[in-house]
Design a binder for this molecule. Structure first.
Ligand SMILES: *Cc1c(COP(=O)(O)O)cnc(C)c1O
Ligand SMILES: [Zn+2]
Length: 402
């Protein structure tokens, strides 16, 4: 393993990665895992990947697991990077792609964070953890915890997608609902953690979830033949995915595999857009968003702990932040299903709406390579499409078209 230490991106304080450390004990910022990139640079050869397992563990030099025996795997996959020829043509893109994270175990990209987070927790001998979630993270951590034999305590808003409740309960997690949003769930978790001394697995309160999510960045670059696309759009809630992709890109640049970076775009919903507002005001941190509500439940995060890292990634890559309406989210969700056969989640659909908006503004050029991240399977949100087909009796005359 090439991990050297944990580091606070705000004040620079260094911590021992061999212990369970949560936030920076000096300034309470999230910690980042640091590697000996010089050593990795000397050892890492792209062509060696050819013979490796075809999932995120192929990037093992950049992952924080010392003993491979501690890896907890549910059969992760390299998710497909699909060219959206039909939709691209309709909207005016020459090279529009979608990375479909819906094919991960548990149906969302949250399993990347859980795979690495739980594996590292096992390695550090963690026996139980608590986490607030908008649903998918709790579900992903619950299934990996079940396999690892670690106790999971999950708190989610009572409005979170029903299926994520079933996933947690089915995997044997201790599940609690809160009459509020994810930040309210977070307050309950903080209390439980103080009282019972379990690990706090809240977004960015343990450093290893980012390491799992950053593998999306490695995959995108490898799938483009070790080259970068021009723009990556990401539906941003807590922002871990975007922070992770940015971290992966910086690590690849550091070891000389890429030189320039793609522009990173944080996409949010109009009724919960704290990062967009901060970006528009040129600020380094966001302000708590009151009365947050959107169909894209996974990105209903009124104030993210890692907001400053998201904004930094946007500024440093000449990226941007855009919000889209719920109406557009549902419209583009149908457009993707109807033109590409992709049943994606509302969060993913938000990136399609945002990309189109940016193309129309001229911020994205028609020839640029654009990647939409679909963070989860549409099957988890089956009720966002409400068909009303006629019910036929076998004796009815068939009226065509319906
Ligand atoms: C959690 C989640 C997001 C937001 O991810 P962050 O990394 O927290 O910004 C987006 N889409 C879906 C489906 C999610 O479950
Ligand atoms: Zn600090």
């Amino acid at each position: 393993m090439y991990v050297t230490h944990l580091e606070c991106p705000k004040c620079g304080t260094v911590f021992d990665h061999r212990k369970v450390v949560q936030l920076c004990q000096n300034c309470a910022a999230p910690l980042l895992v640091r590697y000996d990139l010089k050593k990795i640079k000397n050892k890492f050869r792209k062509k060696r990947l050819k013979h490796r397992i075809y999932n995120l563990w192929r990037y093992k030099e950049f992952l924080p697991i010392k003993n491979e025996k501690n890896i907890v795997s549910l059969g992760e996959v390299i998710t497909p990077l699909l060219k959206l020829k039909n939709l691209g043509k309709t909207l005016g893109f020459k090279h529009l792609y979608l990375k479909d994270e819906g094919l991960n175990p548990g149906g969302s990209f949250k399993s990347r964070g859980a795979a690495v987070g739980i594996s590292r927790a096992k390695e550090l001998n963690v026996k139980s953890f608590a986490m607030p979630t908008n649903g998918n993270a709790g579900a992903a951590w619950a299934i990996y915890a079940a396999k690892a034999g670690i106790e999971a305590n999950i708190v989610m808003p009572k409005d979170a997608p029903l299926i994520t409740r079933s996933e947690c309960a089915g995997a044997g997690a201790k599940l609690y609902l809160v009459n509020g949003l994810i930040n309210d769930a977070g307050k309950i978790v903080a209390k439980a953690v103080r009282q019972y001394g379990m690990m706090d697995a809240s977004t960015l309160k343990e450093p290893y979830r980012i390491e799992g999510k950053k593998t999306m960045g490695f995959e995108i670059v490898e799938q483009f033949g070790w080259k970068i696309p021009d723009v990556i759009l990401y539906p941003t809630g807590g922002g871990v995915g975007l922070i992770g992709i940015y971290k992966a890109l910086l690590e690849l640049r550091e070891i000389g595999i890429i030189d320039v970076l793609p522009r990173l775009v944080a996409v949010q919903a109009q009724n919960c857009a704290p990062i967009v507002k901060a970006y528009e005001n040129g600020q380094k941190e966001s302000v708590f968003w009151e009365n947050a509500k959107t169909v894209a439940f996974g990105i209903t995060v009124p104030k993210a702990l890692g907001d400053f890292l998201v904004l930094d990634a946007i500024y440093k890559t000449d990226g941007t932040a855009v919000s889209v309406s719920d109406e557009d989210i549902l419209k583009y969700k149908l457009l993707l299903a109807g033109s590409e056969g992709l049943f994606i989640c509302p969060e993913g659909a938000a990136t399609a709406a945002a990309a189109h908006k940016l193309l129309e503004k001229g911020w994205i050029k028609p020839k640029e390579k654009v990647v939409l991240l679909n963070t989860g399977s549409g099957l988890k949100y089956f009720d966002t499409i409400k068909p009303n087909p006629p019910i036929l009796d076998i004796n009815d005359e068939i009226v065509y078209p319906l």
